[in-house]
Design a protein around this ligand. Structure first.
Ligand SMILES: Nc1ncnc2c1ncn2[C@@H]1O[C@H](COP(=O)(O)OP(=O)(O)OP(=O)(O)O)[C@@H](O)[C@H]1O
Ligand SMILES: [Mg+2]
Length: 460
């Protein structure tokens, strides 16, 4: 591995730390980039594609954990080493969940940081190879990876097979966790474009200001920081498929440009004049009510009709309960292999409980539950989890009114807070702390969810 190709991004608001690491790592002939707050760190990751980011947790704008979360949501390929002060155990647990590659305690020894960076770079290379091999293997049986033989799933498989090879735009709709992304990947992998790239863009995860540059690329000098031309994801997807996930969140200002690509397969880079032509298949997905967006004016009508060339609607799991045993068997096998366990099949009564449950988080929720069961080696958690999740949100008992708290208004406010807190914790558990998903289920904005988590001090 040639070291000089490796870019390392140091993110710390303390200029002395940035300077010290910069000096020490220069000898290693890495290219060092620095950022002093979370937002500029994200921008640098998008623009420069560093291999490793050394990230402080405390930053002046958004926290290091939020940076890590955004990096994961946008599926940016950077390994993250967290710098944390002693006593920040809770943050470390959260960072592990978010897939941080390594941790360094502050105050640190320079040699130690160097070693962590070297190890992380090596592991990153290895991971790439394994992922590649795995996807090769998967490509052979893509079609079988979509589990289910209910009439609804059989019908979907038929449509998928019929439309895979056409160049028509496909819109995949369905609640969260119903398998929209798998269907998009299958469409690509069984089409004649399968040897070309499959590029996924999560429209909601990329900051609005960056989305246009990310999709269409930019020319040198297009904006501050655009030092050189960068191709966008449409160009990267040439000869392959682009998957625009969460299309319902595409900002209205970008919709006309997207429509032009859909119609003419042509666009102009940000800051450019030349028309770029691409040969891409476009697949979109959403769990939103696009008709409502249309009525609200947050989606253009012409784009809506254009996206609707072929629609595949995935049913929620509760409408195809007969697929549950097959899915359970599939996930047991997958996770027994992955974690090297021999967890046997489930008892009939547990299976019945699974078939009776309502599955607001659909297949993803089922998959997570089976994964936990295999890892913990205990079938009992299924029944207790399902019972917990099925409970109606607790109606608050009349709050005890104290001397200094006699106001009726305050009492009902307290009750509301308690109900909200319980419901939010429940949904966060159900979605494995995927806050974006949770906000959708709770029908509040992502921002207000983050605010409430903080306000109610909800921990994972
Ligand atoms: N029919 C299926 N067979 C096997 N696994 C499935 C099936 N449907 C979904 N899954 C699994 O469930 C999880 C969620 O699926 P996926 O990410 O495709 O859902 P989604 O509809 O894109 O959800 P979201 O709207 O939340 O992004 C994935 O791990 C996927 O592998
Ligand atoms: Mg998805």
């Amino acid at each position: 591995m040639k070291k000089e190709e490796n870019k390392i991004l140091i993110v710390d608001d303390d200029p002395r730390i940035c300077w010290m690491l910069n000096e020490a790592l220069k000898d290693e002939s890495y290219k060092i980039l620095t950022a002093r707050d979370g937002r500029s760190a994200l921008r640098t990751v998008v623009e420069e594609n560093p291999q490793v980011m050394v990230l402080d947790i405390k930053l002046p704008d958004i926290s290091g954990l939020e940076v890590l979360e955004k990096v994961r949501e946008a599926e940016l390929k950077v390994e993250v080493i967290i710098l944390s002060a002693h006593g920040e155990t809770k943050n470390v647990v959260q960072a592990i969940k978010l897939g941080a590659a390594d941790f360094v305690n502050k105050p640190f020894d320079i040699e130690e940081v160097k070693m962590h960076i070297r190890n992380t770079l090596e592991r990153g290379e290895l991971k790439k190879e394994v992922q590649y091999l795995r996807s090769e293997l998967k490509a052979k049986n893509w079609f079988e990876s979509f589990i289910g033989d209910s009439p609804k799933v059989t019908e979907i498989k038929k449509v998928v097979e019929e439309v895979a090879d056409s160049s028509l735009t496909v819109l995949i709709r369905g609640e969260s966790g119903t398998g929209k992304e798998i269907v998009a990947r299958i469409l690509h992998h069984i089409s004649s474009r399968k040897d070309g790239p499959f590029i996924k863009v999560n429209c909601v995860a990329i900051p609005k200001e960056l989305l246009e540059a990310e999709l269409f690329g930019y020319e040198r000098g297009a904006f501050t920081g655009a030092y050189k031309r960068k191709p966008g994801r449409f160009e990267l997807a040439n000869q392959g498929t682009i998957f625009l996930d969460e299309i319902g969140d595409m900002p209205i200002e970008l919709q006309a440009k997207l429509l032009q690509v859909l119609e003419q397969r042509e666009f102009v880079r940000v800051g450019g004049v030349e028309n770029i032509s691409v040969d891409v298949r476009i697949i979109c997905a959403t769990n939103q009510d696009l008709e409502k967006n249309l009525a609200k004016g947050s989606m253009r009508e012409d784009l809506y009709y254009r996206l609707n060339e072929i629609t595949i609607s995935l049913p929620p799991l509760r409408e195809r309960r007969e697929d549950i045993p097959l899915l359970v068997e599939h996930f047991l096998k997958t996770y027994n292999e992955q974690f090297n366990r021999q967890f046997p099949s489930l008892s009939p009564s547990t299976m019945r409980a699974l078939e009776d449950y309502n599955w607001p988080g659909n297949v993803r929720e089922l998959e997570n539950l089976i994964k936990q069961t295999v890892v913990r080696g205990d079938e009992g958690i299924i029944i207790s989890e399902l019972r917990k999740r099925s409970l109606p949100s607790p109606t608050p008992s009349a709050p005890r009114i104290t001397e200094d708290d006699l106001s009726l208004k305050r009492a009902s406010q307290k009750a509301v807070e308690e109900t909200e807190r319980n419901l939010i914790s429940k949904v966060l558990d159900q979605t494995n702390w995927n806050r974006r998903k949770a906000s959708q289920i709770l029908r509040i904005s992502y921002r207000s969810l983050l605010y409430k988590i903080k306000e109610y001090r909800i921990d994972s």
